[in-house]
Write a protein that binds this ligand. Structure first.
Ligand code: RI2
Length: 322
């Protein structure tokens, strides 16, 4: 797909979910590389940087997006004599990212399923392929359980979750977002995805997640997060915050109605931050960790340290919006 089309679809949330947008962006860069017209390595790198910047600017919160772009853009570093070699190298890096991202979901599913027990009642929020992979893998292991799935105002991503759970024949109860605390007494564990994980183990996920975590904490219900390691945010090592995306008011209040209410204004933050104290476990493809181990993932598995942020390499990290 053309880069600008993919960028538009990510912006409009026709392509959504932190993992999916990362793979879609990398797939678009791969197509772009295949059809790039540049005749020398320097212009090829520039062409790819422009495309990467367009994709990276689409949604500010999901760290999977800049992390994925950075990972493939890194393959353009070094001395590669011809455009063809550079292109081949880049395409291999893109394919590797996409397949490792898919393998991570499988692995998270297998690890997460080990934390689901016979007869459990779970609760999930929004539509996370990593969280759903855990539920589907548990179902395949023959464990019986049921799931509360939230509606997820204003985007209604809960409907996507219902469809997936129904296809997997997992008994599911659909609730409005505000019913979470009422049903928490029946819940054994909460499982959600993540758009970003900070160095101190805080989890940024769909708005409402932190309220769910509070309600779970109150009743000592276990809170599990399923997240690929490329959702861990390197620049939080420097103390930077994750920018929380705010989307348009019309997603919450129809424009025609808003016109009749001149004293009313809408605030529409689409993510919130759950502090590590309210999280029991983060299931990654490298294993299930307590949130306090997030720094170890960034340092030992992803190889980031505070000294990594000064350079101006292709896919430069200075554009990371985290
Ligand atoms: P996976 C989604 O964001 C949700 O917040 C979801 O929990 C998270 O990405 C992770 O999803 P949005 O794109 O990567 O719906 O696990 O705003 O699919």
């Amino acid at each position: 797909m053309v880069v600008s089309d993919t960028a538009e679809k990510i912006k409009k949330m026709e392509i959504r979910g932190a993992g999916r947008i990362a793979r879609a962006a990398v797939a678009a860069l791969m197509d772009h590389a295949a059809s790039a017209t540049a005749r020398d390595a320097a212009s090829f790198r520039n062409e790819m940087r422009e495309a990467a910047a367009l994709l990276q600017g689409t949604r500010p919160t999901a760290v999977s997006l800049p992390n994925a772009i950075h990972r493939v853009m890194r393959s353009l570093e070094g001395d590669t004599p011809t455009v063809q070699e550079l292109r081949d190298h880049f395409i291999v890096a893109c394919r590797n990212f996409i397949s490792s991202s898919e393998a991570a979901i499988e692995r998270i599913g297998a690890i997460g399923a080990g934390h689901i027990q016979e007869g459990d009642t779970l609760l999930t929020h929004c539509n996370s392929e990593a969280a759903l992979a855990c539920l589907i893998a548990a179902q395949r292991k023959g464990i019986s359980f049921e799931v509360y799935a939230t509606e997820v105002r204003p985007g209604n991503q809960g409907l996507l979750t219902l469809k997936t759970l129904n296809e997997a024949r997992i008994p599911t109860i659909y609730i409005v977002d505000s019913a979470v605390r009422s049903v928490m007494r029946e819940v054994d564990r909460v499982i959600v995805g993540a758009d970003a994980v900070t160095v101190n183990g805080a989890v940024v996920n769909k708005i409402g997640t932190s309220q769910i975590a509070l309600a779970a904490h109150e009743r000592k219900v276990s809170m599990m997060v399923a997240a690929e390691t490329y959702k861990f945010a390197p620049r939080t090592i420097l103390g930077e915050f994750i920018r929380i995306e705010e989307r348009g008011p019309e997603e919450v209040l129809p424009a025609a109605l808003a016109k009749k209410l001149p004293y009313v204004r809408v605030k529409n933050p689409v993510f919130d931050v759950t502090p590590p104290e309210y999280i029991d476990l983060i299931v990654t493809e490298e294993g299930a960790i307590p949130p306090q181990m997030a720094y170890i993932i960034l340092r030992d598995y992803l190889g980031w340290s505070t000294g990594d942020f000064g350079g101006n390499s292709p896919g430069a990290t200075e554009n990371f919006d985290v």
